[in-house]
Design a protein around this ligand. Structure first.
Ligand SMILES: NC(=O)c1ccc[n+]([C@@H]2O[C@H](COP(=O)([O-])OP(=O)(O)OC[C@H]3O[C@@H](n4cnc5c(N)ncnc54)[C@H](O)[C@@H]3O)[C@@H](O)[C@H]2O)c1
Length: 395
């Protein structure tokens, strides 16, 4: 089997976990080089028995030492566009973490670039696409088992340690992470767009900081068993020490409603400090209803007028990282894509559209206004449109 020479830009926890999963499912790989001022993923890589490779000062020198079979980008979100452009110039296949980019302006710029220039294959780590339960949800919807999708509600509720980590890590700042919802639930909105085969038409959202802020009087800091709370993980690059006294400017809870142009209506509820963890999609159509519990990895579905018991599928395979085997499944998808055996389950376009949907939700939350998404999609589609030569110019 071919040994993949891999270059990494941003060797944090995520890329280290993905590399470990790739090795676990049978990839033969070598990290030939990496760029990272202080690789947070080093201990994870060491645990997986993968040598770190040579450290380079910047992407240009790393990529000049190529070619590589794969460039993996796992830097904080505000650096994705810059790092993608460097990797495009090198011409090697790219795996980049989600969200593909951080702002609407970056989305339009990247769409223009993808439309104008032939770029190497680009695979985005919207890892839920590779989960067996999610594949089944999409297959059942595509098969028409729910009929026309009418309405749905969805949640993403994080346990306190996860929320406390977000409040200390670079994700706490819009300038680095984008937003709480962009970083956390662009996955979910990617699937909702895919299920409905529609785009958000109108969105509204409310959210704020009610958990991790300096105004809290004596917030609890110790678990019931005496263990210190909110200190579980090293906060990493640009980390802050205290979840309640950081310079966080993203929300710690947020709700949103979305009306898709297909007519599907969705409500979404997310909170970064709950004692009953949940990630759940409840989807109802004219002919049936489906409930996907992404934490417990269980699916329930029943036709609209059935008096039989609902069909239940337990995917088991629950893991502590809540990814429930998704990373390993994505590692296999990535290998299949690179070997030309199958298309990767998500495209850059899907990733850009999921990001824009969440960005519209955040705009609604920030402005307190309902957002009509039509102008945003028009600008996005224009970015992809073939460019017309200016009159008088020879093309
Ligand atoms: N698909 C998923 O389920 C999933 C899960 C977690 C994170 N992510 C994504 O992965 C990316 C990384 O997140 P993470 O959790 O690994 O964060 P992290 O903080 O663990 O890692 C980020 C790394 O980037 C490095 N870095 C900072 N500036 C850099 C620069 N100029 N050049 C190169 N490296 C630089 C940091 O030193 C750090 O090692 C983010 O885009 C995040 O949204 C995806």
């Amino acid at each position: 089997m071919k040994t993949y020479r891999i270059a990494v830009i941003g060797l944090g926890q995520r890329i280290a976990h993905v590399l470990a999963a790739m090795k676990e499912v049978g990839w033969s790989l070598e990290v030939a080089g990496q760029v990272d001022p202080a690789p947070v993923g080093a201990p994870i890589l060491a645990d997986a028995g993968i040598p770190m490779g040579r450290n380079f000062a910047d992407p240009a020198t790393l990529l000049a030492a190529g070619p590589y079979d794969l460039v993996m980008i796992g830097s904080p979100n505000h650096l994705h566009l810059e790092h993608l452009r460097a990797a495009f110039a090198a011409g090697c296949p790219i795996f980049a973490e989600k969200p593909i980019v951080r702002t609407e302006a970056e989305t339009f710029a990247l769409a223009r670039q993808l439309a104008d220039v032939k770029t190497p294959p680009l695979y985005i780590g919207l890892v839920m696409r590779s989960m067996p339960i999610v594949r089944e949800v999409i297959a059942r919807v595509d098969a028409g088992e729910l009929g026309t999708l009418v309405s749905m509600d969805a949640t993403e509720h994080l346990p306190p340690e996860h929320g406390g980590y977000l409040a200390r890590n670079w994700r706490r700042r819009q300038e680095w992470g984008g937003s709480f919802m962009l970083d956390k639930v662009c996955h979910d909105f990617d699937i909702f767009g895919r299920m409905s085969r529609a785009r958000a038409a109108r969105v509204a959202s409310f959210g704020g900081r009610a958990i991790f802020h300096a105004g809290r009087v004596d917030p609890p800091t110790v678990w019931s068993d005496g263990e210190a709370a909110y200190a579980m993980r090293d906060a990493g690059w640009m980390g802050a020490n205290d979840a309640f006294h950081s310079d966080m400017d993203v929300t710690d809870h947020q709700v949103a409603i979305v009306e898709y142009d297909s007519g599907l209506r969705l409500s979404f509820h997310s909170n970064s400090h709950v004692s009953l963890q949940e990630r759940r999609w409840y989807v109802s159509g004219t002919h049936g209803t489906l409930l996907a519990d992404l934490v417990r990895n269980k699916l329930m579905i029943r036709p609209g007028l059935s008096r039989a018991k609902p069909e239940r599928i337990d995917y088991a395979n629950r893991t502590d990282d809540n990814h429930n085997g998704a990373d390993q499944a994505m590692a296999l998808d990535l290998l299949a894509a690179l070997e030309g055996r199958a298309a990767f389950p998500v495209t850059p376009q899907d990733s850009l559209e999921a990001g824009l949907t969440v960005m519209a939700i955040d705009r609604a939350q920030e402005t307190g206004q309902m957002v009509d998404c039509a102008p945003m999609w028009a600008e996005y589609d224009a970015a992809w449109a073939p460019k017309v030569a200016e009159p008088g110019l020879i093309a």
